[in-house]
Write a new protein. Structure first.
Length: 438
């Protein structure tokens, strides 16, 4: 058995990065051999039974062939796509809005109208994950988790989020005073989501590092074994936390099993925490790269919502969302055949000039819309019934950046540092080395 280009791409991301839930998978992979021509990576023959060995050993061998990029439709397997995907997206939208990527073994859709239609069409369903990680994207479980997130004491959650952000910002400011700079990825972007989710679930703060590990790998029962005694305790003595809400929830007249609760917590930690921390890093990158916007948000914190939405539009963390056609599907630019794998490009759709004026420009004063609902104009969190479960959390955590700007005024890059986004399916900046006015 050989793996497809999609399977190879996902596996390569796992080998060199951290896997998330379902198709939200991230990788930070170094590329060699960048030159005048792009390299088309073709899937290696990897027996499915040997996948575990491949993951254990490390980087898989990647045979490559030189490709004339001037006469060939762009491929997501080219190294130039990893270096800077946006010129590739522009060419796809202009010349190949619906194209079969032979190296990837998938149909690629890049225009806004096509991507939105594909994400909303129930006939284009999420494929089984290559590594079969635990998922809770079946409709009943998604409904339960979505309702729990919407209804769980929003005032308390907001207080928790801003309290955690204030503490992390204070620590970052102290490090700048002590050392002259700090890296906001570990000190703020990675720490904030898992701290807030730990508190929302009603778990001890000491469990946050262990839960953080579950965001870095396929969420499986051994990774979430720390939840078992807490689930048992909530069943006997419910509280007002999110874990108690899940323990009391029912599907078709029966309570959720312990395994289902663990799976939903795993989804929350991956779709929520992992995606949000990447989005936060990209948001801070945009604010540091655009001092006028940073100053405006610092002066008027109410602008943080619009700035956060604009960052998600211009630089979403999720670049590729995979679907599989259960039957032939007509999109505005053509027909997807039945059984085909589809690579939807929300990051391309969000920069489609046919839908967004001057799409490459970071403009925090674009016409305000609710960019965190399933009906949102930008597609950073998907669209329709399968929009990202982490959107509600992301909306709240993005607003806490105003607290960071209060403690760290006039953020700027340290001398000689330039942020470098990385990743293929999910993309973000792994380091944000900044300084600020004392």
């Amino acid at each position: 058995m050989t793996v497809s280009g999609v399977q190879w791409l996902v596996t390569a991301e796992v080998l060199n990065g951290r896997i998330g839930e379902g198709h939200w998978i991230e990788g930070d992979r170094n590329s060699e051999g960048r030159g005048e021509s792009a390299e088309a990576r073709r899937p290696a023959d990897v027996p499915a039974a040997a996948m575990t060995d491949v993951l254990t050993v490390g980087r898989a061998h990647r045979p490559t062939d030189s490709v004339d990029t001037c006469s060939t439709p762009p491929s997501l397997m080219w190294t130039q796509f990893e270096t800077n995907p946006f010129p590739v997206y522009a060419r796809l939208r202009r010349d190949f809005p619906l194209v079969r990527d032979e190296s990837l073994d998938a149909w690629v859709v890049s225009r806004y109208a096509d991507v939105r239609a594909a994400l909303c069409d129930p006939r284009l369903a999420p494929p089984d994950n290559t590594l079969r990680t635990a998922r809770a994207d079946h409709t009943p479980l998604r409904t339960v988790l979505s309702a729990a997130l919407r209804n769980h004491a929003p005032t308390n959650l907001r207080r928790t989020a801003f309290g955690a952000a204030e503490e992390l910002a204070w620590r970052a400011a102290a490090e700048i005073r002590r050392c002259g700079s700090t890296d906001l990825v570990p000190t703020f972007c990675e720490a904030l989501p898992v701290q807030v989710l730990t508190a929302a679930l009603g778990l001890p703060s000491a469990d946050a590092p262990r839960l953080r590990l579950s965001c870095n790998a396929a969420a499986s029962k051994p990774r979430l074994a720390c939840l078992e005694p807490h689930i048992a305790a909530r069943r006997s003595e419910p509280g007002d936390d999110l874990l108690s809400t899940l323990c009391a929830a029912e599907i078709e007249g029966r309570p959720l099993t312990d395994q289902e609760i663990q799976r939903m917590c795993a989804v929350l930690l991956t779709a929520g925490a992992r995606t949000t921390e990447k989005a936060l890093a990209l948001f801070l990158t945009n604010l540091v790269d655009h001092p006028d916007a940073q100053a405006a948000v610092a002066e008027k914190p109410d602008l943080v919502h619009a700035a956060w939405a604009e960052s998600l539009r211009r630089d979403p963390p999720t670049h590729v969302v995979f679907r599989r056609a259960t039957e032939a599907v007509d999109l505005p630019s053509g027909t997807i055949p039945a059984g085909a794998t589809v690579a939807c490009l929300p990051a391309s759709a969000n920069r489609d000039p046919a839908h967004f004026a001057d799409p490459d420009h970071f403009d925090i004063r674009r016409p305000e819309r609710d960019e965190f609902a399933a009906s949102a104009e930008n597609l950073a969190f998907g669209a329709g019934e399968r929009s990202c479960l982490g959107a509600h959390l992301a909306r709240l955590l993005g607003e806490t950046v105003s607290a960071l700007l209060h403690h760290l005024p006039h953020l700027r890059w340290t001398d000689g540092f330039t942020p470098t986004p990385q990743g293929l399916i999910n993309r973000s900046t792994p380091r944000l080395r900044v300084t600020a006015r004392p």
